[in-house]
Write a protein that binds this ligand. Structure first.
Ligand code: PGA
Length: 250
């Protein structure tokens, strides 16, 4: 069931008016000839607004994060059941900005992955190495460790309803995209690591690339055998740019 998937990560951008412009623009631009599934992940506060605007369209929505707790005294957190009630179908977990700026551990990321699946959300599990790790030849081992932590916690079977996103930290928001060859090498490795646990599930899994994906580099990335779509940050805030990326995913 590979197919392609393009996910917009709006991060902490926008206001009611700009979100309205974005969804109106996306509805107009993403017509029937888009083959990829398209998901937008707004800031929490705008999820209901996006849900109202996009329900009945082919565009789906998700969250950028979630709590690993189902409910309780966790001030400032958002629980998976709340997201499900808001019509989310996806939840990004383990984005490097969460891991680095908010000290999320592999174990916490795995717990969030499980919490998302517990209410039927599809987790989009982000993994990726720093520039220093890449330069010292540790990238593949590091990513394997990030994946293994989740496999250990939830079992490989859980990857039947999940997406993995490879996002090299050095490529996020920097304008320095991984070359299609660099990305393909890691995507193939991710598939191999998962195939050790379950080759059939590994083959069916969608693995997205993220890190400075733009309209002008998307097609070359998507042409690679193990790249099944993209997780798009900055370029997803521009309707024409994002729509062009979606159109490049076949
Ligand atoms: P970018 O962000 O496209 O702005 O590099 C990608 C991401 O962080 O998901």
């Amino acid at each position: 069931m590979r197919g392609s998937l393009v996910v917009a990560n709006w991060k902490m951008h926008g206001c009611r008016a700009s979100v309205s412009d974005l969804v109106v623009g996306l509805k107009a631009e993403l017509d029937d000839d888009i083959q990829a599934a398209v998901v937008v992940c707004p800031p929490y506060l705008f999820i209901s607004q996006v849900a109202d605007a996009l329900s009945g369209t082919a565009i789906q929505w998700g969250s950028q994060n979630l709590s690993e707790q189902a409910e309780g005294a966790y001030t400032g957190e958002i629980a998976a059941p709340m997201l499900a009630e808001a019509g989310c179908q996806f939840a990004i977990v383990g984005h490097s900005e969460r891991r680095l700026l908010y000290a999320e551990s592999d174990q916490q990321v795995a717990a969030k992955f499980a919490a998302a699946q517990g209410v039927g959300l599809t987790p989009i599990l982000c993994v990726g190495e720093s520039l220093q790790q890449r330069n010292s030849g540790e990238a593949l081992d590091w990513i394997e460790r990030q994946l293994q932590a989740v496999i250990d916690a939830v079992g490989m079977g859980a990857f039947a309803e999940a997406v993995v996103a490879y996002e090299p930290i050095w490529a996020i928001g920097t304008g320095k995209t991984a070359t299609p060859e660099q990305a393909q090498e890691v995507h193939a490795h991710i598939r191999q690591v998962l195939a050790k646990a379950d080759p059939v599930l590994a083959e069916a899994l969608q693995i997205l690339y993220g890190g400075s994906v733009k309209a002008d580099n998307a097609a070359q990335l998507f042409a690679k055998a193990d790249i099944d779509g993209a997780l798009v940050g900055g370029a997803s805030l521009n309707v024409a740019e994002f729509a062009a990326i979606c159109r490049a995913a076949v």
